[in-house]
Design a protein around this ligand. Structure first.
Ligand code: ADP
Ligand code: MG
Length: 693
């Protein structure tokens, strides 16, 4: 057993109670303490003359007590005046004991550490750490003093002492924490050695550049950040390797079936769709599971690509399943696939969380015995109680956040015959290349970089809400010419109830203003069947105007709708606005999007809405979004695991990502044994286990 893997209770003075507190910080082993890095540092390496102290500065001062009094202000406190040759400072204690009062009597020599602030008596330190100094002067610190993230009931000195014990243990047994990046690679990538970094970060010598440490740009921090990103990337690659070590059904292109499908379509595929389909066909013909992400802007025609891929699976006597993130979208896919596939003699089944009772049992039975060839649904599809007869292809729509664990779980869905299904993930969220390499190191990426012909870009206008009556007139005109419109009520502070109420109020108001129109309503609190009915009526042209919450954000496709009003667009992010706007501009008539905002606009919002007015290009919008919101938000890092990073920060360390990818590839070739150890070190035991096959 590696000595650093010993539990924290193996350290001196750590009992169960302390171990519990440490566990709150996710510190379970001695090694965890080594990787628990300081938030910041204090300079206790020298004594600052009182006269040179500035408000806000943390410093060690030393002097003689000249007065010690209990003073009554708003709060009773003990006020100690401390003087050195250069100035006078007050130490103030709101909680104090008679013993302290006695200790700090005039004439006492005191050394104190704290933050100086401007107080009632000039510069003051509240509750400084202090000790009496005598002749046997204790030395000042040799290193900068680390301040760690901590938890209630665990003070800094205690935590510091524990880290010191861990460091001592490391020094006694350096073999216990080998540098997993081999030396030649460290040299090539100019990375300082691991243990040196740890020592430096826990006890920086006085010549260390504290500013660089604080900003995270010190080489020691960078080395650890890089190692952490590397561990994440290796774990994704391990997941990929592990999935691909399984067998997958070899699927023929299904050319016959596909050709029959294509002749039914009222259009021919774009070049980009054909190219991506070739890439998919190539993967499906291999005996290892496909792991492919298809990126294509809103309206680029991903559904048809999914359908074509599904036909390959069906031709290979396998089932195919498509999962959508919302019930509305799943419903729409269901309708599409029924229209497309039933004429080809293919059975399409439907399964969502809200399907209950006998209907649910029937659907599950058809999926289990293989009668259902094409299965459409929500995440309910991939839950434990759903068994497939022979799932050959799992398609995940608009779920770029579909995580690694879910991908691993999909392996079990192909169980019969011991084959793992191919995986196709489709997203309209374009991600800059370097980020994609980190977040999706386990996926191959295809891009549909062309929109179907004949689309006229949506014209976007930004209008303050006092011009609402004009906007209502605009709807009247569009609908009188046979076109349809959306009115989108945006989120009110995370409350679905309020959002739905707002939509209902809007419905009422618009119904009064536009009595001649058929107006429908969809929101998240309606029953699935009700939603479906309204969507159906809208699609059939029976509803002119659809008032909706952001439930229609993703995927909904009604080509005759050419006008969209988005109320309070200032509440939404760019990607979301882009997704919403993508609901119009799907037919050949010119489409408009009205961003009806509530003044005044902040500068940031003005900029965001300006981006929407200027471009309909999803990649440009994504880049802007990334600039404005940062990678964490854009990627939905919680599920990619990138959110729980200890040292690395995707924004600050974005420039490391290229290096990380190169290093990951090289290490897989040259030091494959390093991956499980690095993964365990940074992502924990559990991830370490799935890193080992
Ligand atoms: P998304 O990529 O946003 O999921 P969809 O698959 O919903 O886009 O397709 C948007 C619309 O474009 C649909 O009405 C679809 O039938 C149509 N479409 C798809 N491919 C083509 C094509 N090659 N030519 C013309 N229209 C197409
Ligand atoms: Mg779609």
């Amino acid at each position: 057993m590696n000595s650093l893997q010993a539990p924290v209770t193996s350290l001196k003075g750590v009992g169960d109670a302390l171990a519990l507190k440490l566990a709150r910080l996710r510190l379970e082993t001695v090694a965890d303490l080594l990787f628990h890095l300081p938030l910041r540092y204090q300079d206790r390496t020298r004594i600052t003359p009182i006269g040179m102290l500035k408000a806000g500065q943390e410093a060690v001062v030393e002097g003689e007590v000249t007065a010690c009094d209990v003073v009554k202000g708003r709060r009773r406190s003990l006020l100690v005046r401390l003087r050195d040759g250069a100035g006078i400072l007050s130490l103030r204690f709101f909680h104090f004991s008679p013993a302290q009062q006695q200790q700090l009597r005039p004439g006492a020599q005191v050394r104190a550490f704290g933050e100086a602030r401007a107080g009632a008596t000039g510069l003051e330190m509240y509750h400084p750490e202090y000790r009496l100094t005598g002749n046997a002067e204790p030395p000042v610190e040799e290193h900068f003093t680390p301040v760690y993230p901590t938890t209630e009931g665990l003070n800094q000195p205690r935590l510091r002492a524990l880290v010191q014990q861990a460091l001592a243990q490391l020094e006694a047994d350096p073999q216990a924490l080998p540098d997993m990046i081999p030396e030649p690679l460290r040299e090539r990538f100019r990375l300082p050695e691991l243990q040196r970094c740890l020592h430096l970060l826990h006890q920086p010598p006085p010549d260390t550049d504290l500013a660089r440490l604080a900003s995270g740009h010190h080489p020691a921090t960078r080395r650890l950040a890089l190692e952490e990103l590397l561990a994440h990337q290796l774990s994704l690659r391990e997941v990929r390797r592990r999935i691909q070590a399984d067998g997958a059904p070899v699927l023929p292109s299904g050319r016959n079936l596909q050709a029959r499908f294509l002749t039914q379509l009222p259009f021919s595929l774009t070049g980009a769709q054909r190219r991506v389909l070739d890439e998919i066909a190539h993967d499906l013909a291999c005996p290892a599971p496909m792991l492919r992400l298809v990126q294509g802007d809103v309206g680029s025609g991903k559904t048809v690509v999914a359908a074509m891929a599904a036909l390959s699976a069906l031709s290979g006597n396998c089932q195919a399943a498509i999962m959508a993130p919302t019930e509305i979208l799943a419903e729409q896919h269901y309708r599409n696939f029924c229209t497309w596939f039933e004429p080809l003699g293919i059975d399409v089944a439907w399964l969502a969380g809200k399907l209950k009772g006998k209907a649910r049992l029937d659907a599950k039975a058809a999926i289990a015995d293989g009668r259902a060839q094409m299965v459409v649904g929500t995440h309910a599809l991939f839950q434990g109680d759903v068994h497939f007869h022979r799932l050959g292809l799992a398609i995940i729509d608009e779920q770029h956040r579909f995580g690694v664990h879910q991908r691993l779980a999909l392996r079990e869905k192909g169980e019969a015959g011991g084959l793992t299904p191919h995986q196709l993930i489709m997203t309209a969220t374009p991600i800059p290349r370097t980020l994609a390499m980190s977040a999706y190191a386990d996926l191959d990426v295809s891009v549909i970089d062309e929109l179907p012909p004949g689309r006229t870009p949506v014209k976007t206008v930004v209008v303050p809400d006092e011009r609402r009556p004009e906007v209502v007139e605009r709807i009247r005109n569009a609908c009188s010419e046979g076109r349809q419109a959306y009115w989108v009520c945006t989120l009110i502070e995370e409350s679905e109830v309020l959002q739905c109420q707002a939509a209902e109020a809007t419905l009422e108001e618009l119904t009064q203003g536009l009595p001649e129109l058929a107006i429908g309503l969809v929101h998240g609190r309606m029953k699935a069947a009700e939603k479906a009915e309204v969507m159906e009526a809208f699609k059939a042209g029976e509803v002119d105007l659809l008032v909706a919450t952001t439930v229609i954000e993703v995927g909904v496709d009604v080509p005759n709708a050419s006008l969209m009003i988005i109320e309070n667009p200032e509440r939404l992010g760019l990607s979301q606005l882009h997704q919403l706007r993508g609901r119009v501009g799907r037919g050949s008539t010119e489409s408009f999007c009205v961003l009806l905002y509530h003044p005044p606009l902040t500068n940031g919002t003005r900029k965001r809405l300006g981006v929407m007015r200027e471009t309909t290009d999803g990649f440009r919008i994504a880049e802007k979004d990334l600039e404005i919101r940062g990678p964490g938000e854009v990627l939905g890092t919680r599920q990619t695991g990138l959110a729980q990073m200890k040292v690395a920060d995707l924004e600050r360390d974005a420039d490391l990502l290229d290096q990380v990818s190169a290093l990951a590839r090289t290490m897989q070739e040259q030091a494959p044994e390093a991956a499980p150890e690095l993964i365990r070190r940074w992502l924990g035991e559990e991830a370490g286990r799935y890193g080992q096959v």
